[in-house]
Write a protein that binds this ligand. Sequence first.
Ligand code: UDP
Length: 481
Amino acid sequence: NKPPYKMGEIHPKPHAILLPYPLQGHVIPFVHLATKLASNGFIITFVNTESIHHQITKSRFQSNHHEEGGDIFSEARKSGLDIRYATVTDGFPLGFDRSLNHDQFFEGIVHVFPAHVDELVGKLVQSDPPVNCLVVDTFYVFSSSIAKKYNLVNISFWTELALVFSLYYHMDLLRKNGHYDHFDKREDIITYIPGVEAIKPSDMTSYLQTDPTTIVHRIIAKAFADVRKADFVVSNTIDELETQTISALQKNQPFYSIGPIFSSGFPTSSVATSMWSESDCAPWLDTKPEGSVLYVSFGSYAHTSKHDIVEIAHGLVLSQVNFVWVLRPDIVSSDETDYLPTGYDRLIEYCGLIVPWCSQISVLSHPAIGGFLTHCGWNSILESIWSNVPMICYPLLTDQFTNRKLVVEDFKIGVNLCDKRSITREEVAEKIKRLMCGKSSNDFRKEIKKVRKTLENALAIGGSSHKNLDRFVKDVKAKIR
Ligand code: UDP
């Protein structure tokens, strides 16, 4: 039963390795990209780190009593998609706390992980049919060297806004003009980034607002030097949302916006991606009137202060709305776990549900949800728009500040949580009411429907993302031959 080609010969199908960054907000769009590419004729070998694999399968086991271990794509394969699955060590033992030992972990991702990936790719290029494309998260610093070594098409997947890509891409320009890495940083509006009309320094990603002293700064600098060598960049954005920025980027290298990258059946996906066990919020939401519940979540990764959590907790009560609040046990960066006001449980008995983690897409698409207090992760924003749910923006880290600008200033589908530096409970309550009640609420709802329609049109046959994906598939195939 030998295949009708020999090793080393070109197989007509592209066979791509997909390697997401080992964080929840990256694994999810990578899984969606895997099913999208497989539906378009690719063979996919999806690679998770052993640690991510272990966490996903453990949480799946806890949520649904599935078997622990196994292959997260087994269900997707039943529908005929050729998605294979492999794991690779990140160099740390499973019990190592990657979030607590953040810097050590990221040093390992730069200095130890690449050798493990190299070894795995070396094996996969001998698989049947051989791998011919490498689709790697833009934040990895080693893509071009591995792609070159094994003669693979080098595809960078950018899971965020093109605007954020562009800011990092032009880091040197920001430095030269004194807006980044400068002893006397400029605070005026930035108008010289190609394709970016104007942006305030405070709307740049947090890493461009601080001096480049951390390991993450070094990773970003190296990654954005490396991405220039990619054959193709695909991005989880939409042409119509960032027309000028994307056109400018396309002058540097092929850049395809194919977002929003959801599995075909959003909000449900047959592939397990959740890194924590999901609490079922539906029975509680079912008892609440339509549009009456505020969903509150700060994503998988960002931390905040006890002060902010306490003010938000009081603000929620003062606002008198119903709410579902995802409070990860590690949300406060200090060791403290007892951060809610005393007696809070009793205070919110009828109006609030606090859970450590949930299926966000299921919650957002529940009819009871009327608003989302979000940290502005890009996946969260896309999911909120897709569910027609306006937002209150509370950015904490990285690209969240830039994403906030789009939501509040460009699309007018949300408000800032606080206009000053420090959060007060009164302001929290006032912003919640502005989002959830009266004329302002109707205005947000009207605007978000328009943006949702833009996303929907982009994904439809003949829409921009649909056409870009077709073009991407064709260009990759041409590059392989
Ligand atoms: N998410 C989830 N359950 C939660 C909180 C978040 O499933 O309780 C998912 C959410 O749907 C999104 C991802 O985790 O797809 C978070 O990505 P995002 O870019 O919004 O933020 P990050 O976690 O990367 O900061």
